[in-house]
Write a new protein. Structure first.
Length: 315
């Protein structure tokens, strides 16, 4: 029960982050937002896991942590840019489509074809995305398009980490991953964005929002998810983690950042159903087949993500 509660708390924190990131983009540009939250998170992890410092400078951790950081930076940067042009609720649900994409990306890493269940989930997801994103003239706004692109990068990130993190300490890799995101963001921000406001010029509310993103959404929620996933089966963990999207919508509506209509609400339902079908159903079918014949299904998004660095979407 405790481990399930930790994951639910993590999804609540991440769900709240969509609204907060939307607010923060009003006074800080995307690159500098990522510099602040991921540099702080990297330092905090380095301090918390200092007993593992003998691993910090090993070549594998620097190399793969940096690789994961580049992939995660692309996902977060595009997602945060998307939030400028769309609502927090849409951003939350469209980002969640990465769960449906993972089995197709994993095809190249595992050489196992996606199942009919994966294909069915993808079709459900496409229908939901259409209801959420398509306007009356059948066009997609920039924010929704960027959010869908970020889902592609999240799926790529999960597969990369699943492929290259085996046999290595997950917390040290996560630390260098966060440092990699911060470094990429710093380079992009210095080249393409104006100088940020000095932290001392921020209001107390703005400073608290940044601290919440760095400490709660990026560091604490990650640790809660790490602990929870270690003690729960993938199907249970994925079911609980999928609550991030509805929590994102709930916070968006509660804080007045979003008004739902029937079309968008139906789209959210279809996307959530696609995530459930992709993440939970294959696990139960695999268990049933294993009891009967010992056969195993193709990997689900959870199977691939189980070895990956834990992370939420807007987080």
């Amino acid at each position: 029960m405790v481990y399930r509660l930790l994951i639910v708390v993590a999804t609540i924190i991440w769900g709240s982050s969509f609204v907060i990131v939307k607010d923060v983009t009003g006074f800080l540009t995307t690159g500098w937002i990522l510099v602040v939250r991921f540099s702080v998170a990297a330092v905090l992890l380095a301090l918390v896991f200092a007993k593992k410092r003998h691993l910090y400078l090993q070549r594998d951790y620097l190399l793969y942590g940096g690789l994961f950081g580049v992939a995660l930076f692309l996902a977060y940067y595009v997602q945060t840019q998307g939030l400028i042009y769309t609502t927090p609720g849409k951003n939350a649900f469209l980002t969640g489509t990465y769960c449906v994409l993972v089995p197709f990306f994993a095809w190249f890493a595992t050489r196992k074809r996606p199942t009919l269940i994966n294909v069915g989930a993808a079709l459900l997801c496409i229908a939901g995305v259409g209801l959420v994103s398509l306007s009356g003239d059948l066009t997609v706004n920039l924010g929704d398009a960027l959010t869908l692109l970020c889902a592609v990068f999240y799926a790529l990130h999960i597969v990369l980490v699943s492929r290259f993190s085996q046999g290595r300490d997950i917390f040290v890799l996560t630390m260098w991953q966060f440092a990699g995101v911060a470094l990429c963001a710093l380079v992009v921000a210095l080249i393409t964005e104006p100088a940020p406001v000095v932290l001392t010029c921020l209001s107390l509310e703005q400073f608290v929002q940044l601290a919440y993103l760095a400490v709660a959404c990026t560091t604490l929620a990650l640790l809660f998810q790490n602990i929870g996933q270690k003690h729960l089966p993938p199907s249970s963990a994925s079911l609980l983690l999928s609550l991030e999207s509805p929590f994102g919508v709930a916070f968006s509506v509660a804080f007045g950042a979003e008004t739902l209509n029937a079309q968008v609400l139906c789209g959210f339902v279809l996307i959530f159903a696609a995530i459930m079908v992709s993440e939970v159903l294959p696990e139960h079918l695999s268990k049933a087949r294993a009891k009967g014949s010992g056969e195993q299904d193709a990997p689900t998004g959870s199977d691939v993500a189980a070895a990956a660095l834990p992370e939420g979407s807007a987080k």
